[in-house]
Design a protein around this ligand. Structure first.
Ligand code: AMP
Length: 199
């Protein structure tokens, strides 16, 4: 059963975001907080959207939006609060308040499976300390070590996942690259033939 979005959340901010993301859509929640999976029904298309909401503050705009009908609008919405210092969904994954499937972990890096995989293997590699690294475009000289560690961790993940013969590492930085979570992360993708150029 679908319901109108105004019934789903008391949060005006959230409602505004939904509206701006997909004004023609209706949706129905199919799981409970902190992660809600909505089935979006747009004309001619039906897609899932994963929207994560911080339990304590529904007015905190979406932490993450995946596979929506307008990724660019979602990226722009996420970018609005990028530098606010507000926690992202990845902070809760690091603190293990939100479950994730961890593939690799050391004192500086965490690697876990993407909730919306774009390939048979899709793992995210993140620094445990975000610092100002909301996106790669904010990196400073002093981040050289952690950037190297992240890349090396991507290689370890590829090995562990059995895709060392061919894999892709992607970093989306900023709204023009459709970044949706503002905590630097590497996507490690593999297990199928990758195409070029990427979209
Ligand atoms: P990007 O669009 O480059 O910012 O990538 C963010 C990625 O985070 C997307 O591929 C999402 O599917 C993924 N993601 C968001 N929330 C979670 C989560 N709770 N667990 C695993 N992956 C997530």
């Amino acid at each position: 059963m679908t319901s109108q979005w105004s019934l789903v959340s008391p949060s005006t901010a959230l409602y505004q975001n939904f509206k701006s993301l997909s004004p023609e859509s209706t949706f129905s929640p199919s799981s409970s907080l902190p992660q809600i999976v909505f089935q979006l029904k747009t004309i001619g298309k039906e897609r899932s959207v994963v929207i994560q909401v911080m339990e304590n503050d529904l007015n905190l705009v979406l932490s993450s939006v995946s596979a929506i009908s307008d990724e660019e609008a979602a990226a722009r919405a996420a970018a609005v609060s990028a530098d606010s210092g507000a926690p992202t969904i990845f902070d809760k994954i690091i603190s293990k308040e939100i479950p994730s499937t961890i593939v690799y972990e050391d004192e500086a890096v965490l690697a876990f499976r993407d909730i919306s995989p774009q390939a048979p293997v899709h793992v995210l590699v993140i620094p445990k300390l975000r610092d100002v690294l909301t996106e790669l475009g904010k990196a400073e000289k002093r981040h050289e070590e952690i950037l190297g560690r992240l890349l090396y961790a991507a290689k370890i993940v590829a090995e562990k996942e059995g895709i060392i013969d061919g894999f892709r590492v992607v970093v989306n930085s900023g709204p023009s690259a459709c970044q949706s979570v503002y905590h630097l992360h590497l996507h490690v993708l593999g297990g199928r033939q990758m195409k070029w150029p990427p979209g």
